[in-house]
Ligand binder design. Sequence first.
Ligand code: PLP
Length: 344
Amino acid sequence: MGTATLTIDHSAIAANWRALAGLSAGETGAVVKADGYGLGAAKVAQTLALAGARTFFVAVAEEGAAVRAALGPGPEICVFSGHMEGDADRIRGHDLTPMLNSVDQMLRHVEALPGHPFGIQLDTGMNRLGMEPAEWAALRDVDLGRAPSLVMSHLACADEPGHPMNARQLHAFHEMTQGLSLRRSLAATGGMLLGRDYHFDLCRPGIGLYGAHPFVDGTPVVSLDIPVIQLRDVAPGESVGYANAWVAERPTLVATISAGYADGLIRAMGPRARLFAQDTPCPVIGRVSMDLITVDVTDLDEVPSSLRLLGEVQGVDDLALAAGTIGYEILTALGPRYRRVHLG
Ligand SMILES: *Cc1c(COP(=O)(O)O)cnc(C)c1O
């Protein structure tokens, strides 16, 4: 087989959800946006529902429709982007809960779908999504009469526990919601790890479910095995790959493997990334190309039929470091060409 195999361990996803739920002061939901961080939203959501999650989050209504189809009626599916123009049929048809981000969205929602559930997203300082304090102050008596199912905000610096922005946003969220009997949510994965002050009624972890930073106690979820297409001996002085970027200094056995930047293996990771034969590291040599990567396998006793890029030894965060990015981007970039195997 020419394509690489991406193995997704659903028992690890369930274990991560249970571990995070164990930390949580209240309910624990699950963020399954971006196709479940690249791992398949439908299957991931089913696993999380079986583990006990009842509130799911997606970025846009289209994703919510797919998650509803996978889960059936019952669980709440919240949409971070709120109620966008043209969303009304989808929101009603798939029973989605838009997190309204502005007065405009509020008006659109109550006009199109009076009586349909909604939540409110507040901006406590990140300046990305949500109602500003003044906007919310003007609206909230009206909104509360309509009983939002959830009021939420999002932390900008939660993966830096010592950052003063965390306390500032916590304070702002209290100020904006004090004295109101509302179901409240502030924390994603990073916020959950800041402690119970940040948990409120509902936590909304995403990345921690998928086994990546900042939930360092999580269980790895993905492994990626890439088949070796061809082996060749390269003599000292010969070059390998585009731009002759790598030149052999010793007689070298080069393996060409079947994945590249079109599969989300970011070109910038170049020589800092390694492939593994069991526990033995094999350096990437030369440029990462669209469909291929070349690897120095000289030091292996025997070259296996495939080499591992992601797994226990080199995880999502290690690869992110090699590529100068974050685990979120490594996961969501994982390409459509892989054969996906769902375990457990
Ligand atoms: C993506 C996202 C989350 C989940 O964040 P993680 O860091 O992946 O846990 C939660 N809330 C909002 C608003 C988000 O955009």
